[in-house]
Design a protein around this ligand. Structure first.
Ligand code: UP5
Ligand code: MG
Length: 190
């Protein structure tokens, strides 16, 4: 299928681990299209879509939006991208998400980058962000961390078993972290 020609990278890590920040740098430096699953859902929430209220409530509670909704948004964004090099930021968040992506999009990631960050650092970053996100409060952050540990780590373990995961220590300045990310992408032939 046409999707075989894409180079798909999943960028994973807990809330506030720096996925969005590092994806912006990767996109700029290495010519990838950055698709943030959270941003796609927040845009959908702000539109008049039938799923708006459900997405709002799910994000506020730190739970995972049903796979079919997220995968459909990501699939549309991939096929409408002019670029074959795609970064998917913050997805898949569960084995169910992963299996739905593989089934509906018909592709597996070529690469997975995992930002490994201590919980106290993630909490500090999220609570300092101050951009009005409905989930950036201590109660929701605790739930996001619990959901990450219970549902997202199995996805990382799945792809580790396939030799696709590059684990990056997310502690340090944004520039220091990017210097650990750079060689992963510099080595690619895509
Ligand atoms: N910052 C970044 N790097 C730093 C560094 N090295 N040193 C110091 N500060 C650093 O960074 C977070 C903050 O830290 C920023 O202020 C940044 O300046 C600073 P950011 O790059 O935004 O981190 P990121 O990992 O992207 O954090 P984010 O909060 O976006 O992660 P989440 O995974 O929690 O959020 P996301 O938007 O992906 O998902 C939100 C919700 O949407 C989920 O909880 C879920 O309810 C829903 N969702 C789904 O249901 N399904 C999906 O597939 C995706 C999302
Ligand atoms: Mg983000």
């Amino acid at each position: 299928s046409k999707l075989r020609t894409y180079f798909i990278t999943f960028v994973l890590g807990g809330p506030g681990s720096g996925k969005g920040t590092q994806c912006a740098k990767i996109a700029e430096t290495f010519g990838f299209t950055h698709l943030s699953a959270g941003d796609l859902l927040r845009n959908e929430m702000s539109s008049d879509s039938e799923n708006g209220v459900m997405i709002h409530d799910t994000i506020r509670e730190g739970r995972i939006v049903p796979s079919e909704v997220t995968v459909s948004l990501i699939h549309k964004a991939i096929v409408s991208s002019e670029n074959h090099k795609i970064l998917i930021d913050g997805f898949p968040r569960s084995d169910e998400n992963r299996i739905a992506f593989e089934r509906i999009v018909g592709a597996e990631p070529d690469l997975v980058v995992f930002f490994d960050c201590p919980e106290e650092e993630m909490v500090k970053r999220v609570l300092c962000r101050n951009q009005g996100r409905i989930d950036d409060n201590i109660e929701t952050v605790k739930k996001r961390l619990k959901v990450f540990n219970e549902l997202n780590l199995p996805v990382i373990n799945h792809y580790s078993g396939k030799g696709k995961v590059h684990k990056v220590n997310a502690v340090g300045t944004m520039e220091e972290v990017f210097e650990k990310v750079r060689p992963i992408f510099a080595a690619l032939r895509c």
